[in-house]
Design a protein around this ligand. Structure first.
Ligand code: MG
Length: 379
């Protein structure tokens, strides 16, 4: 029997070329067994303060992980939930800690058994041998929207099924502020990408849209065959979502800020979401995400892994996406970046618009410790 003998919490800060080189943060957990097997996990903590706080939580909970058998990972997950009832109720930073630990435990379990994550959690029987269709998930940041149209059309030219574009982000694009300009952008994008490409628009939490303007945008974007609109309102604005639902035909996506299956259950109850954004680095890891997938399958909506951080998150997300028929695509950051391309020996790449399912043990990646430590936040 292997037992966990070492727990390291590693907060990092890195520039993200896909986000106008903004600095973003993550919290990695590295576990090691007495036999020398190593497992990696990630929390999408996003900011230094939350990464450092999550690191402190992992340190403080390490006694619940040390000495456990990686094959008992589900019991360890439950023990962590049970013993953090006071500060982990309904999620919060504790769920970041739980997510990173859980992903690392599944990775270890795979290394101990020789099984890939995809084998352990199952794969939909009709999965295409090439894997999942890849979608370029991006932010717009250049003031010249013609440049942004060309850039996104290039991703489609490279084989991506389509593009999902986040608005209201860093940079000078200012998409999402002017209804007519937003409508023209999607019209131009459709003309440049061709009729087959999927186009999704994601509001971004810094923008505040009125109901009327949102309906105008979405109805015009539908003329350009919009696949889905994401988080057009804040997650609790169900009344507005209901009205939008009655005035639109495209899919409505949301949910990425939920922490656990209970939160997703509440988000789905009003019947206004078609696509559930779910981040494995936030919802309690792979174990938490599988609970969300079960819910998605019961409700006949769509699961969409929100994977916009490191290759550790991407590896887990691809296996989760491939496990269910209720998943349409796998999002990838299209431009090379430190957390996808430097910290693993073989980065994930879409090939002709497809992303292969990792099939070597655990997450199926080899993490480069030195590369991770280059981005470490001192604490
Ligand atoms: Mg989003």
């Amino acid at each position: 029997m292997a037992v966990v003998t070492r727990v390291d919490a590693l907060p990092v800060l890195y520039p993200e070329p896909n986000d106008s080189n903004a600095l973003r943060s993550l919290l990695f957990v590295r576990l090691e067994t007495d036999g020398g097997e190593v497992g990696w996990g990630e929390a999408i903590s996003q900011f230094p303060a939350s990464s450092l706080a999550t690191a402190a939580l992992v340190d403080g909970l390490s006694h619940l992980i040390l000495g456990t058998d990686p094959l008992d990972n589900l019991a360890t997950w439950r023990r962590l939930r049970d013993q953090t009832w006071w500060f982990g109720y309904r999620g919060g930073l504790m769920n970041f800690a739980l997510s990173a630990i859980d992903i690392a435990l599944w990775d270890l379990r795979g290394h101990v058994t020789g099984l890939s994550l995809s084998t352990m959690i199952g794969r939909r029987p009709d999965l295409d041998p090439r894997g999942m269709r890849a979608l370029a998930s991006t932010h717009v940041f250049d003031a010249d929207l013609d440049y942004e149209v060309d850039r996104h059309a290039r991703y489609v030219g490279e084989g991506y099924l389509g593009v999902k574009i986040g608005m209201g982000k860093k940079g000078d694009a200012r998409l999402g502020y002017d209804v007519k300009r937003d409508i023209k952008f999607v019209d131009d994008l459709r003309a440049a990408c061709g009729s087959e490409a999927w186009i999704m628009m994601d509001r971004g939490q810094s923008l505040v849209w009125t109901l009327d303007d949102t309906i105008r945008r979405v109805q015009a974007w539908q003329e350009a065959d919009l696949k889905w609109v994401e988080e057009p309102f804040e997650p609790w604005e169900f009344d507005k979502l209901r009205v939008l639902r009655n005035h639109s035909t495209c899919l409505i996506a949301g949910g990425e800020r939920e922490w656990d299956a209970r939160g997703f259950e509440e988000a789905l109850a009003p019947g206004v979401l078609d696509v559930v954004g779910c981040d494995v680095g936030r919802v309690g890891g792979i174990t938490g995400a599988l609970q969300v997938i079960r819910l998605v399958e019961q409700r006949d909506v769509w699961f969409n892994s929100h994977a916009w951080s490191s290759a550790i998150n991407t590896a887990a997300s691809i296996a989760l996406s491939a496990s269910t028929k209720r998943c349409l695509i796998q999002e990838l950051k299209p431009d090379p970046n430190p957390m996808q391309d430097e910290i693993v020996r073989i980065p994930f790449r879409a090939v002709d618009g497809w992303i292969a399912i990792p099939d070597s043990p655990g997450l199926g990646i080899t993490v480069d410790d030195d590369a991770v430590r280059r981005y470490l936040i001192e604490r």
